[in-house]
Design a protein around this ligand. Sequence first.
Ligand code: DGJ
Length: 732
Amino acid sequence: MKKIIFLLVLTALVYKAGAQEKQIQIETQNSALILKAGKNGLLYQTYLGAKLNGNSGYDALSKENTKSFVINDGNPLNNLRHLAYPTYGTDNLFESAIRVTHNDGNPSLELTYVNHRVDKIDDNTTETIIKLKDQVYPVEVTLHYKAFYNENIVEQWTEIVHHEKKPIMLYNYASSMLHFDADRYWLTQFHGDWAKEARMLETELTSGTKVIDSKLGVRTNMYQTPVFFLSLNSKAEENSGEIVAGTIAWSGNFKLAFELDNKNSLRISSGINPFASEYSLEPGKVFTTPSFIYTFSNKGKGQASRNLHKWAGKYGIKDGEKPRLTLLNNWETTFFNFDEKKLTEMFADTKTLGVDMFLLDDGWFGNKYPRSGDKSGLGDWQATKTKLPNGIGFLIQEAEKTGVKFGIWIEPEMVNPKSELYEKHPDWVLKLPNRPESYYRSQLVLDLSNPKVQDFVFKTVDDIMQTNSGVAFFKWDCNRMMTNAYSAYLKNQQSHLFIEYTNGLYKVLDRIKTKYPNLPMMLCAGGGGRTDYALLKYFTEFWASDNTDPFNRVFIQWGYSQFFPAFSICNHVTSWGNQSIKFKTDVAMMGKLGFDINVKELKPNELKYCQDAVANYKRLNPVIWHGDMYRIVSPYDESRAVLMYVDNAKSKAVLFSYTLHPLYDPQYNLVRLQGLDPNKSYKVEEINLMPEAKKTLEESGESYTGDYLMNVGLRVSSSKVETSVVLEITQI
Ligand code: DGJ
């Protein structure tokens, strides 16, 4: 022990004598994160905010009394404020980014700056890599910051490695720690449950720690979406104010902690939830945290969302720049009750509607235990012979003959105890020894930490692809959380389960993406139970909610639109809710449009409306999917929602106005449009009308300057309950 103390003192001194201050600038077009290795060797965050002109501003940050870089203020412990990656065990009094116990039982870590480099990845992207290490124990931590210049996004993650003789125990392993100094802080979280996902709730942070996390193991976003807005000094506004929008790209348990301290400084840590997940790290093995992705905007939430949407299109979501498939799904029309005849008739309906693809949902598989309800069959991925005697291949051929593509539903991480898979491999299931099995929707979770189970899940997709050429799309579902979870494979390392399950899932998805790079897939988890940017690397889109009532849906889609682009949010027109087909379709068109209705039950004028709406959607989807989104009237503020998309050239725009549940005869104000070019002239036309219906917008067909539309505006909203108006705005 004496030797260690001596070494500590010596190395600290040596380091101090030799150390130079080093400033590290991580910049995008409009934002900057500045780090500085102090003379004491510790790495601090000195600034996070709008980019400053030139370097002189950043140099001034190093002055010792700068508010955001408090050192030497009389209290030695303040040396540890704003550490870029605070450790536990020495003199840190607040949330730590990392906590380890060494081989000798010593529970402390102190990280000092070693070096850094900046790699240019391409003209838009740089990666700053900063190496830190403990001066006493052979533990190294590398901080990675990838800056996407045009999109104003920073992606941050951490690698931890050690060279002790035996494993060290990791108790905390954050992806990031960011610091803020404002007078007040408001946090917007996105929470909910099945059928009420992504509800926005803004509260002022008070002293102490607020945690947004998940302990569900899988389908982890059922109650909390892993995203937040932090607004500095005042409540978040759509078009003004300093905002940080952050999200953790991890599909297992996650944790976002917001700690407001005695000096009114805020630190935000993000990462895997270390709850019940201490990790024994082998010597030489690198522990890589997931990415924390954030953007800073001083133009409010709207700009932050647009930054994220642009980034997601280019980098965040699989095939973000490629077109999506419109579709007809059979789930709400048939549930489990279908046969070949019903399905082939629905192919014709798909064609009649004008959408691209038919999507066959749950209920097509299982022979010994057919999937005639949700109690059996999961795990047995062969078509049920009694229902589909000619198999999936025949269905694909029939769909192709009708001129539509064919997609298929799977839930490959799960198993019903009533299945051949369970009978053959009871040890592939997560379940506690000495306790009863714990069911949810009559199913159990497969143990994806086990490589054999990973092979099985990969093979589920591979077999469907290999035996049935022409499958154009997968909907990958996940309908339960983990309970009573224990992995027979992990034996005495049960605290690795939540992490290894998630890594196992990524391994499977990596294999699928490598073998089938052009296969679009929808991420679904009993509604919006999985909405994170780690899985979206493998999926082209996600199912936002099983709640398809268009009134509720406006709020759900509004919530997701804050962090995810329109092309990734799947919205289907269904029979849920008794609103008009126009209202339902107009609401679904705000994102990625699909249908899940019995087309045969549509009246002729409804069908004609749908066909026109689909044609309009196909014409306008480049604007909706890849344009800039402007949220103009929030359903949280008024009894209506108004938003618009504008293409990059500002030559085309689409506006959606949804009237919700106003009091009698609401006197809605004119709506000032946004994002147009003031010097251009635009024709405004109301589209998506029921045949023979009167237009709501009296000025439909008129032309205006962008200046007029943005400063005077139009009366775009109908006053009737649950009605909608869609405007196409075209430069003339
Ligand atoms: C839950 C999904 O959210 C639904 O869309 C549907 O696919 C069912 N599962 C099928 O079991």
